[in-house]
Design a binder for this molecule. Structure first.
Ligand SMILES: Cc1ncc(COP(=O)(O)O)c(C=O)c1O
Length: 290
């Protein structure tokens, strides 16, 4: 369910009152940025990381947001309060370069368009417990994937390809090196160590990724930020992904072949438990770590 009160610019309106002009740069050029923030039991998780990344994305594309960070924090808290959100949910927010007649060059004196809404989102417990399948695909995106840009066509096509192959995610590679997935970060575990792509321009600097790094350190699990090869996936002891909506999710099958015995591995499970504790989630919803 999408909760009815939506943030439009810096005021709250009913979702059905929101009208969007067709001369809009987000629609015409994908000229905008966005965030997806997890909400657990009515509270934001990793909100600082998401707000910081939104401002970093804005700066990278020279987009002036219609608020400062402090004001945004306030508006985001109001969004949950006004909708009386107590469940697990996600907040989607996007800012575009505004409404103007179509022209590639930036419009002059046009304010950014901004909206945010909150939608209930139960945790994907079955997938977290059993793991998911993935396919591998070339990474056909641009060179600035660290920007959370609205231009998601390659990601959309990759995710659809995964779906058409009965898989949950597409693991992307550039020149045989795994970058990330279509909408999540990718990791392997080999001999007790986690390997993942470094935070370069070629991946989104995931908020959950940054937390996984901290949790791994606390658990004494080496976290190696070096790109691994496509072949390493099949040789890996464990493979998993992370994102704000998928959390820490085991990948148990890749391109139709099981990863090891096709079951979530012990390092992934330990991270899942640590994640849930970090997010203040109840023990009853924790997939068992062995
Ligand atoms: C391409 C891509 N990589 C990684 C992530 C994970 O980011 P986060 O952990 O901040 O949700 C996402 C999330 O949407 C994504 O779209």
């Amino acid at each position: 369910m999408i909760h009815p009160k939506v943030l439009s610019q810096t005021t709250f309106v009913n979702e059905d009152e929101l009208s969007y002009p067709f001369q809009e740069r987000g629609l015409q050029f994908g000229d905008g940025i966005y965030e997806v923030i997890r909400v657990y039991q009515g509270n934001y998780y990793l909100i600082n990381e998401h707000v910081d990344r939104l401002f970093r994305s804005a700066e990278a594309v020279k987009l002036t947001l219609p608020f400062n960070k402090e004001r945004l924090y306030h508006l985001l808290e109001e969004l949950l309060k006004i909708n009386k959100v107590e469940n697990d949910a996600k907040v989607y927010l996007q800012a575009t370069r505004g409404s103007a007649l179509r022209d590639h060059v930036f419009p002059i004196d046009v304010e950014a368009n901004f909206y945010a809404y909150v939608q209930d989102l139960p945790r994907p417990m079955e997938k977290l417990t059993s793991g998911v399948a993935a396919i591998t695909m070339p990474d056909e995106r641009w060179q600035n994937c660290y920007i959370k840009s609205l231009n998601l066509l390659p990601n959309v096509l990759a995710k659809q390809e995964a779906k058409e192959h009965g898989a949950f995610e597409a693991i992307l590679h550039r020149d045989g090196k795994v970058t990330e997935c279509s909408s999540s970060n990718a990791y392997i575990v080999k001999e007790g160590k986690i390997h993942t792509h470094p935070e370069t321009n070629n991946i989104l600097h995931g908020c959950v990724r940054s937390r996984v790094k901290i949790l791994a350190k606390e658990l004494g699990i080496p976290f190696i930020e070096q790109a691994f090869k496509l072949e390493d996936l099949q040789e890996a002891d464990e493979v998993f992904l992370s994102s704000s909506t998928a959390e820490v999710m085991p990948i148990v099958k890749i391109d139709g072949k099981n990863v090891q015995n096709g079951e979530p591995g012990p390092v992934t499970k330990k991270l899942q438990t640590a994640y849930q504790e970090d997010a203040g989630l109840t023990a009853s919803s924790v997939p068992k770590a062995t």
